[in-house]
Design a protein around this ligand. Sequence first.
Ligand code: ZN
Length: 224
Amino acid sequence: MSALWTVKVLGLAAVALPLWVELLGRFLRRLRPAGALNEVLFFPSQVACVEHIFSSLSPGSCLCPLPHGVETSLSRLLRRILSATSSLDLCVFAFSNVNLSRAVLALHDRGVAVRVLTDRDYVAVTGSQIGVLRKAGICVRCDACSVHMHHKFALVDGRLLITGSLNWTLTAVQSNIENVVVTEEPDLVRPFAEEFHRLWERNDPARCLRPKRPKLRSGSISYD
Ligand code: ZN
């Protein structure tokens, strides 16, 4: 083979190799764990009793006036959260929904490692559940950077991502038009896990910088 052909073949290989690597990468990324979960929930959720999700009661044995035995977006969301067996990492701007708070507290009681990251300004809002979680011994960190920490996502056992427009408030669940995506797609779970880790470390009280935002008076503002 002439030197010219050798150069041409090597040149072609040099061009083709990165292309093959890229194609192989795309193919591998498409491979998902068998039975990987993907679910979309829309809100507002129908108002219905969720007591049976928190206890062994059958839906029919509760005497409250709400409809029973109805599967709603909220009940599905609660089941996804309660499916945690080892960890729950929650990163949410506004958290005042009592049922979602019950789910987080139930996980904590079961020995699940719960970490909650929220926005500093929201903690001061009337109805915030953050104080309740802290009182129960759950580790909470508040983001105090110059802009709002406006995420609304949760990671269940580091493998299931719950994310969307939904703040964890009663208004968001019962009144607003919202969306939540629940997925086990590793390509989506991974960056959210990295983002949680980044924000969690950034707001480590041991290395926190002085707050840059003026403090809001308690109850002076509300978020949905
Ligand atoms: Zn009921």
